[in-house]
Design a protein around this ligand. Sequence first.
Ligand code: NAD
Length: 487
Amino acid sequence: MTATVPASTTLKSYDKLFIGGTWVEPSSDKVIEVVSPITEELLATVPDAQPADIDKAVAAARKAFDDGPWPRMTAEERAKYLVRIQQEVEKRFDAMAAAFTAEIGAPAGASVAFHNNALKMWGDASTLHERFEFEEERSWADGHGKLVREPIGVVATIIPWNGPVATASLKIAPALAAGCTVVLKPAPEGPVSMMLLAEALEAAGLPEGVISLLPGGRETGEHLVRHKDVDKISFTGSTAAGRKIMSLCGERIARVTLELGGKSAGIIADDISLDKVFPALAFAGIGHSGQVCAAITRIVVPRHRQDEVVDTIKTIFESVSVGDPRDDSVAIGPLAAERQRTRVLDYIEVGKAEGARLVTGGGRPAGLNKGWYVEPTLFADVTNDMRIAQEEIFGPVVVVIPFDSIDEAVAIANDSDYGLSGAVYAEDAALAESIARRVRTGQISINGWDMCVTQPFGGYKQSGLGREGNVEGLSSFLETKLIQFAD
Ligand code: NAD
């Protein structure tokens, strides 16, 4: 395989934090070291935000919300800034996509797709005011008044590393459209694409204090969640962290939206040719090395078709190009971090110990001696009670689970703590829709798979709380007030 780009990429280092719209000296000299998952080389450093930096950013956001122009503008006026942000993101599109590939290891195609999603979200949020009633007249049996939807206040957004510019945009674009002010804490893994987002936000010229972006670790995140001047927390990340954050929010009844983990099922019915299912369904599990919350990692198949399905996926997994993600011909890159690779390899051992059959994969791809690579891995003879069928692995590991009836297929899909995404493949359209309706999940696709980010996105059960995207996402950044008129 020939790489079309040099083996080492340098990324821009940063020595300041983006607080309230300007670059500010950090409170400490602690830095985040950005290490390449491809070459294991140090690529850049950025400041590691500490609680004192968060305090500054929250104070700026509070002041901007309580006294500044942002919440008092019309939604149309704010939308003009969102258009400007979209333009500034577009100007930096290539740099962001390249940084994300270098620091997280996403193949070029996936990186471009994630950043396209970010553009879509800014575009969508800039038109929300055209299809949302911020105010309406209400009358009832013995009175009348106005229902007024007001920005919720200072919003803290905390996000993971697996698609940060897109994930951040899904939160901050509607939060800004609503009139909120925002403090955004990206994960310490892969912060450079986010610093480029901060540059785009700076260039868009939002009023002072409206937005801050401070990469930092878990304790910094927790400080932000606990902050009494933060009105709402919008979190994306693991279910474990979401549980902790929700309990902290409970202490002061802070508003919270949670976008958490998944273990989504793809159900294949009896009547459909596998040509119409694969290779797409196989990539729905291993694309971006399986580091996608909505990945389809359980493939649920009629028992008598299990061998046929397993053989098909095996052939795909063994022929897919795994390697340096900067090479355009590569479909699967490394995992984002060494600890992520260790976790995935541990799960592969768990699967073997549980008695599942390792069909292909399970280790480091031949010839890739550096970097956090794991081969696309397939397990068969899996029962849904196994840990590899129940727990989110967040790596390129797919399990095949057989069923004997459609009722059983639905029961398997639903026998999960999660409910984020899903897919159904059936020739019979009525059957496909009836299965889709019975699976308890936030989004489900028929005869294909996609994450739709401009429509409500979010999870049932432990996959989350609330929805992002479109007017449903906007609503989560608003409080509802009734003004009653006595006469
Ligand atoms: P993580 O939960 O460890 O970290 C996510 C973010 O939360 C990071 O910024 C981290 O610093 C911060 N954080 C962690 N613990 C915290 C705490 N107690 N208080 C405040 N902040 C805290 O998740 P990860 O391993 O970085 O990301 C992978 C997870 O994210 C997977 O479970 C994946 O499914 C999930 N995810 C979900 C969605 C979705 O939309 N549902 C999208 C992408 C990723």
